[in-house]
Design a binder for this molecule. Structure first.
Ligand SMILES: [Zn+2]
Length: 122
């Protein structure tokens, strides 16, 4: 996986949120997320690495492509709902960057592809 700045930051934001969520909701003996949450992170990272927007990526909440399968999307929603309001306290910088990123708007996938027609793997 070629890690790009934005994608990597998105992943770190996700990771921070999962940790907050897991610590508050699941029994985990260590500082690490439980196996379920680890699995979710692995899935999220796989989706992120395949995001066709790359550096142009909006935050996942604003993305016109719904790349998560249904069950994972539910899981993501629960995590965001719990961890979202707690993020500014624990990770002020990440969360500031994330809200700046969320002003980013992208074209619809089809428009976007026409503009960037070198990329055909949507
Ligand atoms: Zn967990």
């Amino acid at each position: 996986m070629k890690t790009l700045g934005r994608i990597r930051r998105e992943y770190r934001t996700m990771q921070a949120m999962v940790k907050i969520y897991c610590a508050g909701n699941h029994e985990s003996a260590t500082q690490q997320p439980c196996p379920d949450c680890e699995e979710f992170l692995a899935y999220a990272s796989q989706r992120l690495s395949k995001c066709p927007y790359g550096e142009e990526k909006p935050t996942c909440a604003n993305c016109p492509i719904h790349c998560y399968k249904r069950a994972r999307r539910e899981q993501a929603k629960n995590i965001m709902r719990y961890a979202g309001p707690r993020m500014p306290l624990r990770h002020p910088w990440l969360s500031l960057r994330h809200s700046l990123d969320s002003f980013r708007r992208v074209a619809h996938p089809l428009e976007w592809r026409n503009k960037n027609n070198k990329n055909n793997n949507l």
